[in-house]
Design a protein around this ligand. Structure first.
Ligand code: Z57
Length: 839
């Protein structure tokens, strides 16, 4: 028998309360409920993973009202939505961040504790979504968090890779890649949205036709169709109601397309299409700048961008009759050139599907898109062979030719008879095998182009996009990168955060410039003592982790010297290694040397096909093996390679660092963002004049920053006059004996061949100028060692670094994007359907 209706309402209110209530008792009951009804387990047989899931669902229940209210608010026509298009979102673990941003960390900790569990343990159980390689993907994640915190309407569009960045294991010193099965135990943070499916065409041909009104049109007859399914993840702002959406697309077989095959009895053919379609979003390409020119990669790019644009059009048409105001409704940011096919795709959708004229469509397109450049490395500039491109996207090739034709007509007008200009600016590289130049497409199709640090943005204008800058100077701008202080301070370094808050209150979390108020405490001896205690405690935690994972004992009383980032020759991890070997040589030659004890910590993944990077990992581990066990060293020098560096591990490492290694060849690191995370956690930087290092140094003061090495112009001059690494080798005895020691097989059990490719590359070409910077780097490290001896002075510098880092909040970056590029405003979210219960 059905219960009477008002009784049903009663029970709904009861359910509602258990899903939103914040009292310890309610939270406890909710967790038990989720454990039983979602995980299907009794407490007695549940493990930490189950409890983590039960807790995650309990937290998710408590953000759903915000999320739905937010989504609804964005459907109003006057609201402008920022769409961040990125092939990578390296969001990191959700649980702790969501607890902080919801402001329910303490209640949850108590409720978990009263359930006989440990919150930190459950937090550590979460498998992070590794849907990115490094800086570019992590930047997208910081920006999504800041957009939400600033209450700016935003959707992140990307790919739901079934396998994210590989897990790294170290076997006998070498990197081994393991498939990242992050979805294996289920993902409590995503909600599938089957109603927003879209269809994506590939291959085939185009065909002109006349419509009923006699207009000339083109239709695309694809060879195959793939279905895109949306999976949404909430991105919470810090202590606001805004919960924005990260919408990631999964490729699936298109049933109706398969049907034809089923009907002719081709069962295996039909299953084939299914397997093929699901391959599309199977795995993230594991290369961090130089991306690989593989066809599947282009398919991925087109797939997610077309899904995103069709989704945006659908959203717009639910609230509006036509797409005339599409560029007022949406700002679409191209995170590097990976989504730049979007320029041609929006043109196609507007012209072929929605029957706009070319000129109207082009206005809308340029108004909608803006492009962020993240690299100057020539090998990282994306270009697609025309043959591959035309086969996969025949209609887009036609559109790109037409964009190019019209654009080059404009160019001819400005530079009559200048064929040089035409060939530089053209979207097609036709000097040999023909290519589509994606940076040129992105630049032409956008109203703004930005670099990611002041120096980098200048170099963009001077080098790779020079002719575009000359043609459209007003298009070019800079937005220096930033990182979110919620994840990179509050979540990852609670002890430092609490100490800061005890002195200046907690407004700094939303307004990072307020950290400046710490300056008044640098001369307070007790405060400095507390500052050192916090750092020491966090270092002890990392030391425990290192001993646990690697069996290496390190002391928090030594200087923690850290370089964590993707392994790449331009980032020069091997320069750091040369320095370490030099220090080792000095100890060996003079065992009683006055020596500031150091623990040198490395972490980072190498692209699986990047031989030299993998050899650098092997070198680090080989040097570690020798140095760590040499009794002459007497624990004054330790080398540690932390396997499987990822966001989770970053959260442990940045807070524990004394010294941050930012030693790229000048002009090569577009910005860097790890540099900011270190400095915000009180590490001092040893760095080159590169990327955002320059701006960090400017902010914290040159007396609080260890600068060394050649500047970009010096490097260019040196290259021009003919750089010869042999000169440095022969003229610098310490450099020579360092290299000779590697070549002798000292670190490789007598194998003189193992590291030869690395040593030869340095001696014969040294493309990243390690030898040219070696002496300057060593002298600078000596200054670091001297400075560290004076702990009071070091602490002052550390405090001043944190106090002056306000600029590097991603909140500041996002405000600049909103003001100068997106023309988007905050939209505070009112909670219409429910009032937050009190704890
Ligand atoms: C990537 O992580 C970056 C640039 C790229 O072109 C690709 Br592909 C991947 C990095 C830069 O190397 C960093 O310097 C920069 O801080 C980061 O992007 C975010 O802008």
């Amino acid at each position: 028998m059905n219960p009477p209706i008002n009784e049903m309402m009663q029970s709904q209110i009861q359910i509602e309360d258990d899903r939103t209530g914040l009292s310890i008792e309610t939270l406890r009951r909710a967790m038990a409920d989720n454990l039983f009804y979602i995980l299907g387990k009794y407490p007695a047989i549940a493990n930490n993973k189950d409890y983590y899931m039960a807790l995650a669902y309990t937290v998710r229940d408590r953000l759903l009202h915000r999320w739905l209210n937010t989504y609804e608010a964005y459907m109003k026509p006057e609201v402008k939505i920022v769409c961040y298009l990125s092939a990578e979102f390296l969001v990191g673990p959700h649980l702790a961040n969501n607890l902080i941003n919801l402001g329910i960390y303490d209640q949850i900790r108590q409720a978990v504790q009263e359930s006989g569990l440990n919150l930190q343990e459950l937090i550590n159980t979460e498998e992070e979504p590794g849907l990115g390689n490094g800086g570019l993907g992590r930047l997208a994640a910081c920006y999504m968090e800041s957009l939400a915190t600033l209450e700016v309407p935003a959707i992140g569009y990307g790919i739901r890779y079934e396998f994210g960045i590989f897990d790294q294991e170290i076997r006998e010193g070498w990197q081994v890649e393991i498939t990242d099965k992050w979805l294996q135990d289920g993902n409590p943070w995503e909600i599938i949205r089957p109603e927003s499916e879209v269809y994506i065409n590939f291959g085939g041909r185009t065909e002109p036709y006349q419509d009923d009104q006699g207009n000339y049109r083109v239709r695309w007859i694809p060879e195959y169709v793939v279905k895109g399914i949306a999976y949404d993840t909430p991105i919470l702002g810090y202590k606001v109601n805004t919960a924005n959406t990260l919408r990631l697309w999964k490729g699936e077989a298109c049933e109706s397309f398969n049907f034809q095959r089923f009907n002719v009895g081709d069962y295996y053919g039909a299953v084939d299409t299914k397997v093929y379609s699901e391959n599309l979003t199977k795995v993230l390409y594991p290369n961090d700048e130089p991306v690989q020119g593989k066809e599947l990669r282009l398919q991925q790019q087109y797939f997610f961008v077309s899904c995103a644009l069709q989704d945006m059009i659908r959203i717009h048409l639910t609230e509006s009759e036509n797409l005339d105001n599409f560029g007022d409704k949406f700002a679409a940011q191209l995170n590097d050139t990976h989504p730049s096919i979007g320029v041609a795709e929006l043109m196609r959708l507007l012209i072929d599907v929605h029957h706009y004229s070319w000129d109207q469509a082009w206005d809308i397109t340029q108004k909608t898109f803006a492009y962020t450049n993240h690299t100057l490395l020539p090998e990282a500039l994306e270009k697609w062979p025309l043959s591959i491109f035309g086969r996969l996207l025949p209609r887009h090739l036609e559109i790109i030719y037409e964009i190019n034709r019209r654009f080059l007509d404009q160019v001819r007008m400005k530079y009559p008879g200048n064929n040089e200009k035409l060939s530089c600016l053209s979207l097609i590289d036709d000097r040999g095998e023909k290519y589509i130049r994606m940076a040129n497409l992105a630049t032409v199709g956008s109203h703004k182009v930005n670099g990611v640090a002041a120096l980098h943005s200048e170099l963009v204008k001077k080098t790779i996009l020079r002719d575009f800058y000359e043609f459209w100077p007003e298009k070019f701008t800079n937005v220096t990168n930033g990182v979110t202080p919620r994840r990179w301070m509050v979540v990852s370094n609670p002890r430092l955060s609490e100490l800061i808050t005890s002195r200046i209150g907690d407004n700094w979390i939303k307004n990072l410039d307020e950290l400046r108020r710490l300056e008044q405490f640098v001369d307070d001896g007790h405060f400095r003592y507390q500052w050192r205690e916090v750092k020491w405690g966090v270092k002890q935690d990392l030391a425990n982790y290192i001993e646990d994972k690697l069996g290496i004992k390190v002391s928090p009383d030594t200087l923690f010297d850290v370089q964590v980032k993707r392994i790449h020759e331009y980032k020069r991890q091997h320069l750091n290694v040369l320095q370490i070997i030099t220090l080792y040589n000095r100890i060996k030659h003079n065992p009683n040397l006055d020596f500031t004890p150091r623990t040198c910590i490395f972490g980072g993944k190498a692209a699986p096909g990047y031989y030299m990077a993998k050899l650098i990992i092997k070198l680090i581990n080989s040097v570690a093996e020798v140095v760590n066990k040499d009794p002459d060293v007497r624990d004054r020098l330790k080398v540690v390679f932390l396997p499987d560096y990822n966001v989770t591990l970053g959260q442990r490492v940045y807070p524990a660092a004394d010294l941050s290694e930012q030693i790229s060849t000048a002009g090569k690191e577009a910005s860097g963002t790890g540099n900011m995370k270190f400095s915000l956690n009180g590490a001092l930087t040893i760095g080159t004049y590169d990327g955002a290092n320059i701006e960090i140094r400017q902010e914290v003061g040159e007396e609080n920053f260890f600068l060394f090495g050649l500047k970009t112009e010096d490097i260019d001059q040196l290259r021009a006059k003919g750089y010869n690494p042999w000169d440095y080798y022969y003229n610098n005895p310490e450099l020579k004996s360092t290299l000779d020691l590697i070549s002798s097989g000292f670190f490789s059990h007598g194998d003189c061949e193992l590291f030869r490719p690395l040593v030869d590359s340095l001696l014969h070409s040294d493309p990243f100028f390690l030898f040219a910077d070696y002496q300057s780097y060593l002298e600078c490290q000596d200054r670091v060692s001297q400075a560290y001896k004076d702990q009071e002075y070091w602490t002052k510098m550390s405090i001043l670094n944190v106090a002056r880092m306000g600029k590097f909040s991603s909140d500041r970056s996002i405000k600049e994007y909103c003001e100068n590029i997106w023309y988007a405003k905050p939209v505070p979210i009112e909670m219409k359907d429910y009032v937050q219960a009190d704890a």
